[in-house]
Design a protein around this ligand. Structure first.
Ligand code: XUL
Ligand code: CO
Length: 441
């Protein structure tokens, strides 16, 4: 059901239908068929697609070389609360026209920050009341909330890692208010992306103190939210750099280590973003696998980078082959733990038609849907699984099985190796695996 406010913002665009791959209608899904069963779940359940408030409704395309180019009709009202309500109307119109069920926000995406903390808190309360009504009318849910503790100049030296306690406390107050908002809106997760939690120069940085303080801060946030009845998952979103030269949540492995060091491993998982993975010189699927191995594959921020310049360009996903490799990891891991797929992606600065926002999200959803279908076929119809099993077959019987059962010591390896002589050369068959993926594409 499409939910409009007083005005219709995306005129001429209705509910986006699924029309299949032979359709020529640009405003139709070619592969994302929400109710279609894949590997025992509907596509809707696999993905839980979410719209990111910041890119889709707030980002007007400004870059270091020029101002925004997008004339968003919901960003014009002079009255702050009315402007925020207009934006919420546009959000829910867009989400319901897309047939998505979720959205994600930073606190000050919803409504502009006020002059004081108290004024900001009042504004957040007001818009949360309005969002509650929109959620109830549409059935749209909050995948996760977060707080923007990186844009305001007060956070230039970090938030929880700031060398000045007053700033740390201010970030704590902001996170409390954002947690209250997330809980009031039945948010399913709460994200911490350490925007400026890192350093520009180690010369002026007490890294140990900063990281210990982040640990204290995250424990406080978790304890507070649990005391208020929050049942969802906390998510850390790794990113290696940008805006800082070095960020503490560098990648999945580093973040898992921190989560364990802080003692919050029962409450926290990871939100893996494609372009953050590639900035860390990993593939997206590598980061998913690292998270899955630790039981921490919580959620995904979907986008893509640019092979030539390497920045966090936050483009919409469109590479089916790469996404298929990611969907293989996802299927083998049994899916996301409580999260979904949030399009943390923006249309290009020169994509200025309102329609472009739809085209971008349709393309992103279709990329994931098509990749999931290919991954399912590869798993079920090809020799893929048996080929992987075959590579590790030596651990399923004899001394290999004893090794896996922790029954051997180093002397046992020595004696076995001595009796065996030189191991056989066994091909890794990478090209065969790659050909199988291509075959099912
Ligand atoms: C920044 C980024 C953020 C987080 C939420 O690169 O991805 O939008 O997802 O703060
Ligand atoms: Co993100």
């Amino acid at each position: 059901m499409i939910i409009l406010g007083d005005k219709e913002y995306f005129k001429g665009i209705g509910a986006i239908p699924y029309e299949g791959k032979d359709s020529d209608n640009p405003l139709a899904y070619k592969f994302y068929n929400a109710d279609q069963l894949v590997a025992g779940k509907t596509m809707r359940e696999h993905f839980k697609f979410a719209m990111a408030y910041w890119h889709t409704l707030c980002g007007t395309g400004g870059d270091p070389f020029g101002p925004g180019t997008k004339n968003f009709p919901w960003a014009v009202a002079g009255d702050t609360l009315q402007a925020a309500k207009d934006k919420a109307d546009a959000a829910f119109e867009f989400i319901t026209k897309m047939g998505f069920e979720y959205y994600c926000f930073h606190d000050y995406d919803l409504i502009d920050e006020g002059d004081t903390l108290a004024a900001s808190e009042k504004r957040i309360h007001q818009i949360v009341e309005y969002l509650k009504e929109k959620q109830a009318a549409s059935g749209v849910k909050l995948l996760w909330g977060t707080s923007n503790c990186f844009s305001h100049p007060r956070y230039m030296n970090g938030a929880a890692s700031n060398p000045n306690f007053d700033v740390v406390a201010r970030a704590g107050a902001q996170v409390k208010i954002a947690l209250d908002a997330t809980i009031a809106l039945d948010g399913e997760n709460y994200v911490f992306w350490g925007g400026r939690e890192g350093y520009m120069s180690l010369l002026n940085t007490n890294m140990k103190m900063e990281q210990d303080n982040i640990g204290r801060f995250l424990n406080m946030a978790k304890d507070y939210a649990r005391s208020q009845g929050f049942k969802g998952t906390f998510l850390i979103e790794p990113k290696p750099m940008e805006p800082m030269k070095h960020q503490y949540d560098f990648d999945a492995a580093t973040s898992i280590n921190s989560i364990k060091a802080y003692g919050i491993e029962n409450d926290f998982k990871l939100n893996i973003e494609v372009n953050h993975a590639t900035l860390a010189q990993h593939t997206f699927q590598h980061e998913l696998q690292v998270a899955a191995n630790a039981g921490m594959l919580g959620s995904i921020d979907a986008n893509r980078g640019d092979y030539q310049n390497g920045w966090d360009t936050d483009q919409f996903p469109n590479n089916v082959l790469e996404t298929t490799e990611a969907m293989l990891v996802l299927l083998k891991a049994g899916g996301l733990q409580g999260g979904g797929i949030n399009f943390d992606a923006k249309t290009r600065r020169n994509s200025t038609d309102m329609e472009d926002i739809f085209l971008a999200h349709i393309g992103g959803a279709d990329t994931f849907a098509r990749a999931l279908l290919v991954a399912e076929a590869v798993m079920n119809m090809s020799a893929y699984n048996s080929l992987v099993d075959k590579r590790y077959a030596s651990f399923t019987s004899g001394k290999g099985a004893d090794f896996v059962a922790n029954k051997l010591d180093l002397n046992d390896l020595y004696n076995y190796a001595k009796s065996k002589g030189e191991p056989d050369q066994i091909s890794g068959k990478q090209e065969l695996f790659e050909n199988i993926l291509n075959q099912y594409l």
